[in-house]
Design a protein around this ligand. Structure first.
Ligand code: C2E
Ligand code: CA
Ligand code: CA
Length: 368
């Protein structure tokens, strides 16, 4: 793919240009200008147009998109370091504007763009600098009143920025591909942690780890999970992976393969944020889910909204028919809990039961 892509790029460039692969799927082009800047626009337009045609790689037809950032010498920098940095800032803006476009460097990013750009750059070092840690939020079994499982929630504490919300940095981690190394770290740390809890006498605790689409798309996700389970000596039966529908819609054959391979080992799967996407019944039939998690947006108005009640009730009935358990997310009030119990919801998770806790606090809670 990279080779074909480079060839396609070369075909768009005048012979005086210089093309290099910068790393991963990033390329750098140096364009000597004869006349004026419009030459650069022409090249960029040509590249975007040329990439509209698919690539044929072995038996696959592959469509790609690209984003370009442009910095000019000497106005945007007089050395390579500065030029590359500013091209990178322009690239960041191009990505933000959606795929398949290019942007020139401008000195002023909006406040929000500056913040995101800084976040992205700092995220590269977060793992190495040990700024990431995990929080744990358990699920309560409404029948037995016991803890059944615990969801692992990633946190990032930056020395200057303070706590950064997952809803901000996880999309960035996904976009940059960093989620692959971060996700691996989360899974391994969670297994090690849960193993400790099991050894301390909490043998039946299940840990639920969120997995992003990007992790599934990498070549060897199954191997990676197997390696981690072996390395940490963690029993796969106590590992649950939370995935969202958007993941199921990607590459159904591959996803099916991954879910089946890991399910055969005993790993469980839950369908996260159910109700927010297409909520296709086809997925429930096709994939062996263990748990459906009803999104908190349906739980929050449960007490006052009859339609939400009908919907939650229907999902619970449906899940029972498929032998799946149901978790209601974001339960904040006693009233919601009571309603969910009446509707025969199996498990609840939310601030009413507990906020996400640090490792130490969660252990203290478990012991109590
Ligand atoms: P999610 O998987 O839907 O996680 C539930 C979110 O709801 C968490 O937000 C949790 O703190 C919050 N929450 C729990 N109880 C309540 C409640 O009673 N009321 C309200 N309003 N909120 C509640 P958080 O921790 O900010 O995480 C946000 C999202 O980030 C998660 O949504 C998940 O999609 C993603 N995420 C978190 N950790 C990871 C991770 O390790 N890997 C990946 N790929 N995604 C993660
Ligand atoms: Ca989740
Ligand atoms: Ca969720």
């Amino acid at each position: 793919m990279l080779e074909s892509f480079s060839q396609r790029l070369v075909s768009c460039l005048p012979p005086s240009c210089f093309l290099a692969r910068w790393g991963g799927d990033e390329f750098t082009i140096i364009v000597p200008l004869d006349k004026d800047v419009s030459e650069v626009n022409k090249i960029a337009d040509l590249i975007i147009n040329n990439l509209k045609d698919p690539f044929f790689i072995e038996k696959y037809t592959v469509y790609v998109t690209c984003s370009m950032g442009i910095a000019l010498y000497p106005s945007d920098g007089i050395d390579s370091k500065k030029l590359i940095k500013n091209a990178d800032i322009a690239l960041f803006r191009a990505k933000q504007m959606g795929k398949n476009n290019y942007q020139f460097y401008i000195t002023k990013l909006s406040r929000e763009q500056t913040l995101l750009f800084e976040l992205e750059n700092r995220l590269y070092d977060a793992l190495k600098n040990q700024e990431l840690f995990l929080n744990y939020q358990h699920q309560l079994d409404l029948k037995t009143n016991r803890i059944s499982g615990v969801e692992v929630l990633l946190r990032w504490q930056h020395p200057n920025l303070g706590m950064v919300s997952p809803s901000k940095f996880i999309p960035l981690a996904e976009e940059t591909g960093l989620i692959i190394s971060i996700g691996k770290w989360v899974l391994e740390t969670a297994c090690l942690q849960a193993k400790k809890w099991h050894n301390l006498g909490h043998q039946n605790l299940i840990i639920a780890v969120n997995v992003s689409v990007k992790q599934f798309q990498q070549g060897d996700f199954v191997e990676e999970v197997k390696d981690i389970l072996e390395k940490t000596k963690f029993n796969p039966e106590y590992l649950e992976l939370e995935i969202t529908e958007s993941l199921l819609m990607q590459d159904v054959t591959r996803t099916e393969f991954i879910i089946n391979e890991l399910s055969n080992l005993g790993v469980k799967f839950s369908l996260d944020d159910f109700g927010t996407g297409y909520s296709s019944f086809g997925y429930l039939k096709k994939f062996p889910f263990h748990i459906i998690k009803i999104d908190q947006s349906f739980v929050s108005d449960l007490a006052i909204n009859k339609q939400d009640q009908a919907l939650v009730s229907a999902v619970i009935t449906l899940a029972k028919g498929y032998n799946m358990m149901v978790v209601a997310e974001g339960v904040e009030t006693e009233n919601q809990k009571k309603l969910l119990k009446n509707l025969h919801c199996d498990l609840i998770q939310g601030w009413l039961v507990s906020k996400p806790l640090k490792e130490k606090d969660f252990l203290a809670f478990l012991n109590k």
